[in-house]
Every structure is written in structure tokens, then in C-alpha cells.
Design a protein around this ligand. Structure first.
Ligand code: ADA
Ligand code: CA
Ligand code: CA
Ligand code: CA
Length: 205
């Protein structure tokens, strides 16, 4: 697939800033990484599949994160606590997962990419919406997963997404009220695609 997304996969810098304590972006503030690479120190975790790892960034309600490359220790990625906007954020080797919605809100991610996720990229543990626009994913388990076995009102919007080499699903949810809208999504070698309850709403354009 030539691809629906125009964003690129950047290479992590070997001169990364090591993060030993999560960087908190306070409510309503913007953190601009200026294109630098950030990588987790061992204090946050090893980037493997253990569930007790910490994130590199915590975005409080209304925070924005832009121009950030996350390097080869992705630990528990990014946690959001409410509404959040991410722009030009790239996970070069996703850790346990890439981003977790920990608080209810609307999370928007644009012009970004992720690769190398043993399991999930986006983990939705609190209700709200996840909207991604112009996003590339390669080598992952699931692009989006709402928390296993949980019900919740989630709206998942995928716009201009190119996803390649997915092992389990593009979007997986156990919630009977989940809404998924996919607009201009191209996939190649993605197994499972939309794994949703019968009553979920799925619109593909
Ligand atoms: C797994 C686990 C959840 C939660 C989640 C996460 O799905 O079962 O309890 O920890 O990962 O947020 O990474
Ligand atoms: Ca997990
Ligand atoms: Ca990885
Ligand atoms: Ca996690």
C-alpha cells in the first residue's frame, strides 16, 4: 500500500534525552519537544510487556504535546488524564503500549506514527473519544484496544491512517456501545481488523 497517511517514520536519535521520572505537562499547557528524542531510563521500566511500568509523559487535562520522538525504551509511553492533543509525536519502538487514556476525555493525535508494539499501541482505559488523523503504524498487535472486558462509551475515529503488519486487530473492544468511524484507512497484512461486539457501530468510508 502506498498509504493513506503522509507522515513518515523518523529514526530515533542516538543522543536521546533519558527520562527517569515522568514529565508532567500541566493542565492546559503545551510541551514542545522541538523534534528531540526522549527515551525511558530503567527507573520507568524496560519497555517490555510487564504492566507496572511508568510513562515518559503524563498529560493533564487539556495539555498538548508536540514534536517529540520516543526512542527505544518506550516504557509505558504517554498517559492522558483528560482532553489532550498530540501533534508530530512518534514512537520508534513502542514499549508496553504507546498511549493510555487514564482519565475521561477527548484525545486527538495527528501527523504521528508508531512501530514495534509487541501488543497494543493505544490503550483506552477511561471513556471518551480517540481521534487520530494522518497516522502510520507498523509492526503491532492492536492499533486501538479498549480495556479488556470493560463496558464504556468510546468513540474511535481513524482518519487517513496507514497500518501495516498487525498481528491481532486494528481496533478491538468488548464494549457493546463502542462507535468506530474509519475514513481513508489503508492496511496491509493486518489480521483481525475490527473485533467488536455485534451491537457496536462501525462506519467505514
Ligand atoms: C492490560 C491489563 C490492564 C491494563 C492495561 C494497560 O490490558 O489487563 O489491566 O493494565 O494492560 O493499561 O496497559
Ligand atoms: Ca498493558
Ligand atoms: Ca517494542
Ligand atoms: Ca500499559
Amino acid at each position: 500500500a502506498s498509504g493513506a497517511a503522509t507522515t513518515m517514520f523518523p529514526t530515533a536519535s542516538s543522543n536521546a534525552q533519558v527520562v527517569n521520572e515522568p514529565i508532567v505537562v500541566k493542565a492546559g499547557e503545551t510541551f514542545d519537544g522541538a523534534g528531540k528524542t526522549f527515551t525511558a531510563g530503567n527507573a520507568l521500566g524496560d519497555g517490555g510487556q510487564s504492566e507496572d511500568q511508568k510513562p515518559l509523559f503524563i498529560l493533564e487535562d487539556g495539555a498538548q504535546l508536540k514534536n517529540v520522538v520516543i526512542g527505544d525504551n518506550g516504557a509505558d509511553g504517554i498517559h492522558t488524564r483528560g482532553d489532550a492533543k498530540l501533534e508530530n509525536v512518534h514512537w520508534t519502538d513502542v514499549g508496553e503500549d504507546a498511549l493510555t487514556m487514564k482519565g475521561a476525555g477527548n484525545v486527538e493525535i495527528k501527523d504521528s506514527s508508531a512501530k514495534g508494539a509487541a501488543d497494543k499501541i493505544f490503550q483506552l482505559n477511561a471513556p471518551g473519544s480517540l481521534t487520530i488523523d494522518n497516522f502510520k503504524a507498523d509492526d503491532f498487535g492492536k492499533l486501538v484496544r479498549t480495556n479488556g472486558g470493560q463496558q464504556g462509551d468510546w468513540d474511535i475515529n481513524l482518519n487517513n491512517v496507514t497500518a501495516t503488519n498487525g498481528k491481532h486487530a486494528l481496533v478491538q473492544s468488548d464494549s457493546t456501545t463502542v462507535n468506530v468511524n474509519a475514513n481513508n484507512v489503508e492496511t496491509e497484512n493486518v489480521k483481525g481488523m475490527y473485533k467488536l461486539p455485534e451491537s457496536a457501530s462501525l462506519s467505514i468510508q
